[in-house]
Design a protein around this ligand. Structure first.
Ligand SMILES: Nc1ncnc2c1ncn2[C@@H]1O[C@H](COP(=O)(O)OP(=O)(O)O)[C@@H](O)[C@H]1O
Ligand SMILES: [Mg+2]
Length: 370
């Protein structure tokens, strides 16, 4: 029987929902169809509000939970319509939901992804697996990043040390060394500050190719102030989110240096912050990689990637496309892979990454219509 799965991903950039129809085999994964549907209109605003407002009502939380489930369902049905496959041929959907709060610090650690799996299963008729982070956290882990176990499966090599860098809203790395334990952690902000500052100052949703950042000058005092954040010096396991790295955080540091800067200088400094913190995280692992594989939408920020390659002059940087998965689809394929692992009873987490007490299958299963 063919192993066809659908993966759905809505990341911290809040740029929309990526869905992929992917086939797994002994040879790896093959994407048959993929689309991104932006959050337009009300739903995008409501998600942003849930994340940025200090208080929300339970009614709003409940309604957006179902609305995101419906939106995922629509994206998946649209994907199927344009593909050669029917819903009955798909074994399962695995989806990220959307993170509205991530607090891995103990005590009272919790992580909350919304996007109702029952709604997705009912509206597509396909068995749906969601809430992948909770079980890792229940076993004492960070619940994030989940990507390293998947990166190991698809990007590792028996001879070559590699590091995978995913530049989403938050950036994370996976250290894949032959015969050594898997490592990985969130390095800090990826695109999130770049996107939010661009939106505030220009009304655009992101800094296309990083062109705007190139018109500004890096401000050293601001860069130093931002890099003093304790998150960067903490040892792994560690993961973070928009609760920490947001515009309020940036404004606090801008007040601290007590100077008014041109908007484009702030953008140039934020781009440098993302590049330097990723490069320093890579160096801190002593992973000695021969190759760095880049994925996530940040790969398209040419200014950022150029800076990263200047900071790591002796290492070859390449896009995940060269290893068979387009950089914008890696995370969505990962959720399909996690759903497959769940249904096969295989573990999905990597305790050396998240700090969980044990390996465990991840995710809750919601059976589709029979
Ligand atoms: N051409 C581009 N130039 C600069 N940045 C881009 C470009 N295309 C995409 N991006 C960045 O990628 C982000 C989306 O990346 P994605 O991997 O989907 O992140 P997430 O997983 O957090 O949703 C956008 O918000 C934007 O910051
Ligand atoms: Mg995205």
């Amino acid at each position: 029987m063919r192993e066809l799965y659908i993966g759905g991903m809505s990341g911290t950039s809040q740029d929309g929902v990526d869905v992929v129809l992917v086939e797994f085999s002994a040879a790896g994964s093959n994407i048959h169809q993929a689309t991104t549907t932006p959050y337009t209109g009300k739903l995008g605003k409501r998600i942003k509000n849930l994340i940025t407002q200090p208080q929300v009502t339970l009614q709003e939380l409940g309604e957006v939970n179902v609305a995101i489930g419906k939106f995922f369902g629509q994206c998946i049905l649209k994907l199927l319509e344009t593909s050669d496959f029917g819903a009955h041929e798909i074994t399962a959907i695995g989806h990220s939901g959307h993170t509205v709060y991530h607090k891995p610090e103990k005590p009272d650690a919790f992580t909350m992804q919304i996007g109702d799996s029952s709604t997705i299963a009912a509206n597509t008729g396909i068995t749906t697996v969601g809430n992948f982070r909770n079980m890792d956290m229940a076993f004492g882990g960070q619940g994030a990043p989940l990507a390293p176990a998947f990166h190991e499966w698809c990007f590792s090599d028996t001879k070559e040390s590699r590091i995978v860098v995913n530049i989403g809203g938050i950036a994370n790395i996976s250290v894949l060394q032959p015969k050594l334990p898997l490592l990985g952690f969130d390095t800090g902000p990826g695109n999130t500050l770049l996107d939010n500052w661009t939106h505030r100052c220009t009304g655009k949703s992101f800094d296309h190719n990083g062109d705007w950042s190139k018109t500004g000058q890096i401000n050293k005092p601001l860069l130093l102030a931002l890099k003093k954040d304790k998150y960067f010096e903490r040892s792994p396991p560690k993961s973070t989110g928009l609760e920490h790295f947001n515009l309020a955080w940036l404004e606090g540091e801008l007040r601290e240096i007590n100077r008014t800067l041109p908007d484009e200088d702030v953008q140039a400094t934020l781009t440098e912050l993302t590049a330097e913190t990723i490069a320093e995280a890579i160096v801190s692992t002593n992973g000695d990689p021969q190759r760095i594989i880049l994925c996530g939408g940040g790969v398209l920020n040419t200014a950022l990637v150029e800076r990263l390659s200047e900071l790591l002059p002796s290492i070859e940087l390449e896009s995940s496309a060269e290893c068979g998965i387009g950089p914008e689809w890696v995370e969505a394929v990962m959720f399909a892979w996690l759903a497959r692992a769940r249904l096969k009873g295989r573990s999905g987490n990597a305790p050396t990454v998240t700090g969980a007490r044990q390996v465990t299958p991840l995710g809750g299963v919601y059976f589709g219509a029979t």
